[in-house]
Design a binder for this molecule. Structure first.
Ligand code: ADP
Ligand code: F6P
Length: 324
């Protein structure tokens, strides 16, 4: 039997991601089903520090599984990076009787969770970010929806690009990681994918390839640029100037973070939410829930934060082979 966790707090932190609501729902209902009280914390660590905390019941999370964003709101909280903020957070947990905390967010949020664990609050992290940039897990909540959103938007850009025989440069999100770019590049049949994990070809090399493709009969040229590489406007201008081919840049931006979560996101969010509660129930702390090789597992936060993630080389090389 587990240690006596009586009250679990739940918060979402960092950038929102589709599926965070499904994870909140799972945490709330899994906890209540074990007789554990649940407190919702609004606006991430900001709400924790300022006591923006309320009791939740099973009905508090009705009708949210299909909604994007996060019903608990989210924030970046610079105050919490300092020790004083962390101590206030731990103190606030005591004030509200919170002895277990589930943090849904990315690496930054997990650093905060680790600090709270060191201050005596049992904490469990759930990976929630569209960027897929958390090393210990094969999946992060929000990624599938974001890639599908990007893919659908790029389909539309392709229609107009082909009609005008233009070159399109499309910039997608991902912070310092190229996963959204690589996946949407492959699924949209991009001619070129620029990601921060790989050396960027020079403008001259890119232009030469565009001209060679034109000679091979291609009627449009699609370049996906990861946010971490950037410079899509500048690149589009240069291509048009040198080749004379009309070139347009589109930065997809925040639309990639919104929308109803996909089935994959809802499923992982539900399973990870339930797993987080099981871990707290077993008396565990300072762990991150992960999806690894088809299993839901958990890692020590410090160990997880020290892992490094590399891009899938096979995917990258296939993207090149298929773009001929
Ligand atoms: P993500 O969780 O998506 O990586 P951020 O890096 O913005 O997003 O982190 C979210 C929040 O986590 C920050 O605003 C801050 O409150 C907290 N955080 C980030 N880094 C640390 C740290 N080193 N120590 C404590 N808290 C941190
Ligand atoms: O981490 C998710 C993400 O959307 C990144 O892809 C992007 O770099 C960042 O958040 C943008 O953050 P903000 O909402 O603070 O502009």
């Amino acid at each position: 039997m587990g240690k006596e966790v009586k009250t679990i707090g739940v918060l979402t932190s960092g950038g929102d991601a589709p599926g965070m609501n499904a994870a909140i729902r799972a945490v709330v209902r899994a906890a209540i089903s074990k007789g554990i009280k649940v407190m919702g914390i609004r606006k991430g660590y900001n709400g924790l520090i300022h006591g923006d905390i309320f009791e939740m019941n099973e009905r508090s999370v009705s009708d949210i599984i299909q909604r994007g964003g996060t019903m608990l709101k989210t924030a970046r909280c610079p105050e919490f990076i300092k020790e004083e903020g962390q101590k206030r957070g731990a103190q606030m947990c005591k004030v509200f009787g919170i002895d277990g905390l589930v943090v849904i967010g990315g690496d930054g949020s997990f650093k905060g969770a680790e600090k709270l664990a060191a201050l005596g609050i049992n904490t469990i992290g759930i990976p929630g970010t569209i960027d897929l940039d958390i090393a210990c897990t094969d999946y992060t909540i929000g990624f599938d929806t974001a890639v599908n959103t990007a893919m659908t938007a790029i389909n539309k850009i392709r229609d107009t690009s082909t009609s005008h025989e233009r070159c399109s440069v499309v910039e997608v999100m991902g912070r310092n990681a190229g996963y959204i770019a690589l996946w949407s590049g492959i699924t949209n049949g991009a001619e070129l994918i620029l990601i921060p994990e790989k050396e960027r070809p020079t403008d001259e090399e890119i232009i030469r390839e565009i001209l060679e493709n034109k000679q091979k009969g291609k009627r449009h040229y699609l370049i996906i640029v990861a946010e971490g590489v950037g410079g899509s406007e500048k690149l589009a201008k240069k291509i048009e100037e040198v080749t004379g081919i009309e070139t347009r840049a589109t930065i997809l931006g925040y639309l990639q973070r919104g929308g109803s979560p996909s089935a994959i996101d809802r499923l992982h969010a539900s399973m990870m939410g339930a797993k987080a509660v099981e871990l707290l129930y077993e008396g565990k702390s300072n762990r991150i829930v992960a999806y690894k090789n088809g299993q839901y597992v958990d890692y020590d936060i410090n160990e997880a934060l020290n892992m490094t993630k590399t891009i899938d080389e096979k995917m990258y090389s296939v993207s090149k082979i298929l773009s001929i």
